[in-house]
Design a protein around this ligand. Structure first.
Ligand code: ADP
Length: 473
């Protein structure tokens, strides 16, 4: 298998989790997983001692681009790194300019597929992620269409982490790599030269990062204009939740915490709340729930709903700490809430992982009122740290948070409609429950006991790969 993709967590965690799957889960089958990434920056060169394995040319309008590939091993996982002018060594991973990013990722995607040929290693499955590497899937399909025997048996999987990001603006870059608009009538005209739709057209299987998101993208509300096309491919679409790096996010070992704690020592958790409140100059009272929000400040995240709801629920006891950066309008709305409620709201407008860890460990409730949420990590981290999520029932939130589900113990609070009233109702239930210490503790434990391991995701991906390999040829 070859896995192409730059999405930090998935690209980093899934291949290792796949490699570490115990034999009994694979029913005697084995996986040879290899990762291909762009060669960014000087750091990997020093740290990983990559060895050259191939050099070849990738065609471009202005002439063939010399391309070099290196290999290094991370815990036995072969990681191939691709170097070439469009990737650059000093440039940021994402430039924010989709023409430049388009050049970089189109080049990378084509080179990743060609690398397999130059290694003379025929993958059974190529797995790519998001618009950045979707063109690898598209390029592979072109090779198969041209009856290239090398790739005749190779199947493809494309994971969707965030459908709205389709790579719009990369069309000129695609032209330069001779990737012209397709004529397929299933795709809306505007999408026929966007990297993600091209990959979705070509992929043998499409995976959304949660089962609920896999269903949602078939609807006008979440389909971003591709819903009719995606419905035409619905037999190929499934959903697999991302895992959480449970080593990094472990409250029993987290060095950022004032007081480490676990399922058997939940009483130690409260020290984190005391210290967090002290740091923000807010009073500590065990009867008052501390609500936290840790998020990119983006319209997607529904932060406006949370702010409106808090203001409307001012007659109830709560405190709130908001951490995030992004859209200046949302940032300033958070600051305004602090100005309105200086005795109980703090807005920390920055990116601060250490503070986020202290907040997950010290907050009582994590607010996550997302308009859409393909998978969502924050709620998983919150639950692992005993911080009970209150979230909109969408995407991965709906698949990991349960309130009143017939077959799952409660571990949080959910609301459906994108309306402040709906959030108010959930917050009311939440604040009422907080007053019942025993019931609250059970909610925390239910969340802390949930299995968010990458192994759980990896076995589903492995089954998908085997299914493709065994049944689709
Ligand atoms: P998304 O990927 O859409 O931003 P997720 O919930 O999947 O949302 O992941 C967000 C991750 O980023 C979480 O680990 C969260 O803790 C972290 N994060 C978001 N904003 C901040 C911030 N301002 N400071 C530190 N960590 C943050």
């Amino acid at each position: 298998m070859v896995k192409v993709g730059g999405l930090g967590d998935v690209a980093g965690s899934l291949p290792s989790a796949l490699r570490m799957l115990p034999g009994h889960l694979l029913e005697g089958r084995s996986l040879d997983v290899r990762l291909v990434i762009p060669y960014h920056g000087e750091n990997p060169r020093k740290l990983l001692d990559p060895q050259p394995v191939a050099s070849f040319l990738v065609n471009h309008l202005s002439g063939p681009i010399p391309t070099r590939a290196f290999v290094t091993y991370v815990d036995d996982l072969p990681v191939y790194m691709i170097e070439g002018a469009p990737i650059g060594t000093e440039a940021p991973v994402y430039t924010g300019d989709n023409y430049l990013d388009g050049l970089k990722y189109a080049f990378f995607s084509l080179a990743a597929v060609e690398l397999a040929r130059h290694l003379n290693w025929q993958p059974d499955v190529l797995h790519a992620n998001d618009w950045h590497t979707a063109l690898a899937v598209f390029h592979l399909a072109r090779q198969r269409l041209s009856r290239d025997p090398f790739f005749a048996q190779t199947r493809s999987v494309l994971s969707i982490h965030n459908l709205p990001f389709m790579g719009a603006g990369a069309e000129r870059a695609l032209d330069e790599f001779a990737i012209r608009p397709v004529r397929d009538l299933r795709l809306p005209k505007w999408a026929r030269q966007f990297p993600l739709p091209l990959g979705l057209l070509a992929a043998d299987r499409i995976v959304a990062v949660s089962p609920t998101y896999a269903r949602e993208i078939l609807t006008p509300e979440f389909g971003c204009g591709l819903q009719d096309f995606l419905n035409s491919r619905s037999a190929a679409i499934s959903g697999i939740l991302n895992g959480l790096d449970q080593k990094s996010w472990d409250p029993t070992r987290d060095g950022a915490l004032v007081s480490r704690f676990g399922i058997d020592s939940l009483e130690l958790r409260e020290e984190n709340k005391k210290s967090l409140l002290a740091e923000f100059d807010l009073p500590y009272d065990p009867q008052i729930p501390l609500l936290i929000l840790i998020s990119r400040m983006d319209q997607q995240k529904g932060i406006d709903l949370a702010l409106a709801s808090l203001a409307q629920m001012a007659d109830r006891p709560w405190q709130a700490i908001l951490l995030g950066t992004g859209d200046p309008i949302i940032e300033s709305a958070c600051r305004s809430l602090q100005a309105e409620f200086p005795d109980r709201v703090r807005a920390a407008i920055r990116f601060d992982t250490r503070l986020s860890r202290q907040m997950y460990a010290g907050g009582d409730v994590l607010l996550m009122p997302s308009r859409y949420e393909p998978c969502g990590l924050a709620q998983m981290i919150g639950m692992r740290y005993g911080c009970v999520p209150l979230a909109r029932s969408t995407g991965g939130l709906r698949d990991t948070i349960f309130e009143g589900a017939p077959d799952r113990p409660n571990n949080g609070f959910l609301f459906d409609e994108v309306k402040t009233e709906a959030l108010n109702a959930a917050l009311t239930r939440c604040l009422d429950r907080f007053a019942d210490r025993k019931a609250w503790r059970q909610l925390q434990l239910n969340g802390m006991q949930q299995d968010f391991s990458w192994e759980k995701s990896a076995i589903q991906y492995a089954n998908l790969y085997f299914d493709l390999w065994e049944n689709q040829r």
